[in-house]
Design a protein around this ligand. Structure first.
Ligand code: FES
Ligand code: FES
Length: 209
């Protein structure tokens, strides 16, 4: 028993590019990427909802794919590139998707919004002109108790139009035009090369139970 406990408490160091910066964290084997982001990195824009892969509130982008960070062990993110809501925008410098969520009235309590936006970003990064059905499918793993989803889908369509009007700026959107997780209601304001071993999911999102 004591041996089991000491194994669980054993720390190892993982390294990642987090929102464009190299970061290292001492983690235990049972810690998730969500634990690292919220508890070690202090990035609380990423929400803990169900904590078992059902709600999508914890969505971040890992190696270009949207993942439920509550279902990704921290060690699986070792060597990875991680984007959170804090990395795509800041107060006064909104990412077009964040701006579109505000303009479309797609935010009510805001709890689901960071996850929705990260899922949408992962979608638009790989498919800049999705159909309404593709948007709906991409967001199908993200639950919202407030909006009824229509305005969220409209917001993503609005973002598509906004981004397509700024083609020359697409490449730098992640760094310059991105709503901070800190700036909106409940820090309001997509999922894509995931390390082997991360569970696949029904809606194309990785790391969902
Ligand atoms: S917190 Fe609900 S899917 Fe991760
Ligand atoms: S805006 Fe409240 S849960 Fe989506």
């Amino acid at each position: 028993m004591n041996n089991d406990n000491s194994m669980q408490n054993l720390k190892m160091t993982i390294h990642m590019q987090l929102n464009g910066r190299p970061r290292s964290f001492a983690v235990t084997q049972h810690m998730t990427l969500l634990d690292v982001l919220r508890d070690l990195a202090g990035l609380q824009g990423t929400k803990r909802g169900c904590d078992y892969g059902e709600c999508g509130a914890c969505t971040v982008i890992l190696n270009g794919r949207a993942v439920n960070s509550c279902c990704v062990f921290a060690v699986q993110a070792d060597g990875g590139i991680v984007e959170t809501i804090e990395g795509i925008g800041s107060e006064g410098h909104l990412h077009p998707i964040q701006r579109a969520f505000i303009d479309a009235g797609a935010i009510q309590c805001g709890f689901c919004t960071p996850g929705m936006i990260m899922t949408a970003k992962a979608l638009l990064d790989r498919n800049p002109h999705p159909t309404r059905q593709e948007i709906r499918m991409a967001l199908s793993g993200n639950l919202c108790r407030c909006t009824g989803y229509v305005k969220i889908e409209e917001a993503v369509e609005l973002a598509v139009k906004a981004i397509s009007r700024l083609p020359e700026q697409k490449a730098s959107l992640s760094e310059t035009d991105a709503v901070s997780g800190e700036g909106m209601s409940h820090d309001a304001v997509g999922k894509a090369g995931v390390p082997a071993g991360i569970p696949a999911v029904a809606d194309g999102k990785e790391g969902q139970a």
